[in-house]
Design a protein around this ligand. Structure first.
Ligand SMILES: Cc1ncc(COP(=O)(O)O)c(C=O)c1O
Length: 399
């Protein structure tokens, strides 16, 4: 996207910017201009924290946060970036300090779930720089999701600019190298215009929020027990299971809670047609290691995980053959290792699977982390933190 001049938005009452970063002084200047012109236009206030107004050069990991105790949960940051789509065009970017927005009561996202999102991460690396992992892949996936829901495409360059801008503006919230944490990036696209008859909205909002998250495995990888959610399907055979749309997650909340209440941190879905073949976990893909095979389900109704795609690129370099096919749940007991994979934790080893009244143990020692899972996990983490070369050019430096 072309760089656009900083200007004041009447509707969003934010600071609009395009392409490049604004330093603290530039941001403050724009905020003052925004404040001066919006007083007559809108009732909202800028919430400008002292750290926004006074900062000059910010460094990763310098916010007064106890990085070691971070979880995977919402943490407020300085700002998010927002765009509006109207009359066939995207607006310039608008940095917003408030974590609230005015949304029309008839917005299609609220009534009909016209909404999709992404999840990716930025890391403070060994060399002191901050890198984002595979944002281009998230952009492509968001386009697949938005197309499925009749929403406009967020152009890849706009998506990448948005992600880099919001990380740059919140760089001091990136957990420091060595803490094991990362900055979680959540792009969200939704129909913000009103429609009461079922139809696509005339207006859309795209925003990117960031928050620091902790290292899930503070004491190293540890295996979990998964629960097969037999009474529920994650998605319909020709539904939206392969798109990252809010509706899929709304449908998963109940089965997910039921699993957790029984003490199982993750739940596994079977295919919606036969209830026999493995689909995926609630928020991650399924990976099985059987001899020298890296097995992962082939199904039209699962989400194409970017972590899984990365692991499938690494697997052959470790002597594994990648096999994508239907996997019968009965086959789990023959596997040497099972893992859930996704952005949040890269790999979660699964050592037991509860299927009806059966407890399936995976591998020789159900309390140990499988060597292949451990190796794949270590390799991805090392690339993310620039401790090892990035042979596939997965990471992009935030300048
Ligand atoms: C349903 C589902 N499957 C798989 C994944 C893993 O995808 P990724 O590796 O891109 O995070 C996620 C997480 O985004 C998910 O929600």
């Amino acid at each position: 996207m072309e760089a656009q001049p900083c200007f004041v938005a009447a509707r969003t009452v934010g600071v609009e910017l395009g392409g490049g970063s604004m330093n603290g002084a530039g941001l403050l200047r724009c905020m003052r201009r925004a404040a001066a012109s919006r007083s007559a236009l809108a009732p909202r206030r800028w919430i400008v924290s002292a750290s926004v107004a006074n900062s000059t050069k910010r460094e990763p990991g310098t916010q007064p946060i106890d990085w070691k105790s971070l979880l995977f949960s919402y943490v407020p940051t300085r700002c998010h970036v927002q765009y509006t789509y109207k009359d066939g065009a995207w607006s310039a970017a608008s940095l917003e300090a408030e974590p609230f927005m005015r949304v029309h009561i008839g917005a299609t996202a609220l009534h009909y779930g016209q909404s999709c999102f992404e999840g990716l991460k930025a890391f403070h690396c060994q060399d002191g720089r901050v890198r984002i992992f595979r944002a281009d892949e998230n952009s492509k996936r968001m386009t697949r999701s938005s197309t499925r829901l009749c929403m406009p495409e967020v152009p890849e360059q706009l998506f990448i600019d948005a992600v880099h801008t919001v990380v740059r503006e919140n760089i001091d919230y990136v957990p420091p190298y060595g803490s094991g944490g990362s900055l979680y990036i959540r792009p969200l696209l939704f129909g913000s215009g009103p429609k009461i008859g079922l139809a696509p909205a005339d207006e859309y909002t795209f925003l990117v929020v960031v928050m620091p998250v902790g290292d899930y495995y503070k004491g190293g990888l540890s295996p979990v027990t998964a629960f097969v959610s037999e009474g529920y399907d994650r998605a319909a055979p020709l539904g939206v299971g392969n798109a990252k749309v809010g509706a899929n997650y709304a449908a998963d909340i109940l089965p997910n809670q039921l699993s957790k209440k029984q003490g199982y941190p993750i739940n596994l879905y079977l295919d919606p047609l036969h209830h026999r073949y493995i689909e995926e976990f609630g928020t991650s893909n399924f990976v099985g290691i059987k001899g020298s095979e890296y097995l992962t389900p082939d199904s039209p109704s699962i989400l194409a995980s970017i972590t899984n795609k990365s692991l499938m690129q690494l697997a052959p370099t470790m002597g594994l053959e990648v096999v994508r096919r239907k996997i019968d749940i009965a086959e789990v007991k023959e596997m040497d290792e099972v893992a859930a994979c996704g952005t949040a934790v890269v790999i979660t080893p699964v050592s037991r699977v509860v299927y009806g009244d059966e407890l399936i143990k995976v591998g020789q020692d159900a309390d140990a982390v499988g060597p292949t899972s451990a190796k794949l996990y270590a390799k991805v983490r090392a690339i993310q933190m620039a401790e090892e070369d990035d042979p596939f050019n997965w990471t992009q430096v935030v300048e």
